[in-house]
Ligand binder design. Structure first.
Ligand SMILES: *[C@@H]1O[C@H](CO)[C@@H](O)[C@H](O)[C@H]1NC(C)=O
Ligand SMILES: *[C@@H]1O[C@H](CO)[C@@H](O)[C@H](O)[C@H]1NC(C)=O
Ligand SMILES: *[C@@H]1O[C@H](CO)[C@@H](O)[C@H](O)[C@H]1NC(C)=O
Length: 228
């Protein structure tokens, strides 16, 4: 009884192997590519076909706003990429990344003669960019007892920066869960929020943006005076 069963399993296994190589198969060595701006990166896309034929290869890009554009079409790279990228077989070699290259890239292969005649894969490219100098919004004066918000923001950093506030040169507790703290720092949005300011909150404030790419950046310090 055991021998026929064993044979059946072997038969299935062999059939699966044949099926596995008998349709267009598209793969990448790296589906999440991260690289610094002005450096290079390779988006790899390799494919196998069932039948010998001229397959059609296309690359499309979905940028961070959801817009789709052609990257490789009709056997040529998009005009704006030709100076700083080239094809290596079916893979794209960016020789000099710019921040606008971040997005999703779709490698699409059509093989009309194959049973399964189309496959695509998606590769994410993140171009890492250091923060710029954040813009800070620090009121020069505030009324004692009022609610006050200090703001800090920079938009160049990728990944998005985290923010830290300083008062008179000393870091303000990040998550001010400290009992009775009258302020709260949101490291993601960059706001320093006071429920009620008191005279003791008078001082020189600045904020620092950091995303671990390159140097952290800070805005110029500014004095906030709390009065009656
Ligand atoms: C594709 O490129 C060839 C030359 O390389 C050109 O003759 C043809 O018109 C192009 N087709 C399209 C649809 O752009
Ligand atoms: C990469 O591009 C930047 C800006 O487009 C340029 O300033 C820089 O010289 C380029 N680097 C190389 C190695 O081509
Ligand atoms: C917090 O404030 C309450 C009421 O103002 C006070 O009784 C308490 O001692 C304070 N706790 C700390 C840790 O400062």
């Amino acid at each position: 009884m055991w021998l026929p069963l064993w044979l059946i399993f072997l038969g299935h296994f062999v059939a699966l192997c044949i099926w596995g190589v008998s349709a267009v198969v598209v793969e990448s060595e790296n589906y999440n590519v991260e690289a610094l701006e002005f450096r290079e990166a390779i988006l790899t896309c390799k494919y196998q076909l069932e039948k010998n034929q001229a397959a059609r290869l296309e690359w499309k890009k979905v940028d961070l706003n959801g817009e789709v554009s052609f990257v490789f079409f009709n056997n040529s790279l998009a005009a704006d990429l030709q100076k700083r990228a080239e094809m290596m077989g079916s893979s794209i070699w960016f020789r000099n990344l710019s921040r606008g290259d971040s997005g999703q890239y779709r490698c699409e292969v059509s093989a009309p003669l194959d049973r399964k005649n189309f496959q695509e894969i998606i590769i994410n490219l993140a171009v890492l960019v250091a923060p710029s100098i954040p813009a800070c919004d620090i009121p020069s004066s505030a009324m004692s007892g009022s609610a006050v918000e200090l703001k800090c923001r920079e938009k160049e950093g990728n990944p998005a920066s985290e923010y830290k506030w300083f008062k008179n040169g000393l870091a303000i507790e990040l998550s001010a869960k400290a009992v009775n703290a009258s302020y709260k720092v949101d490291k993601t949005t960059g706001t320093l929020h006071f429920n009620t300011v008191t005279k003791e909150d008078t001082g020189e404030y600045y904020c620092e943006a950091n995303n671990k790419i390159g140097k952290p950046q800070r805005c110029p310090a500014k004095r906030m005076q709390v009065g009656k």
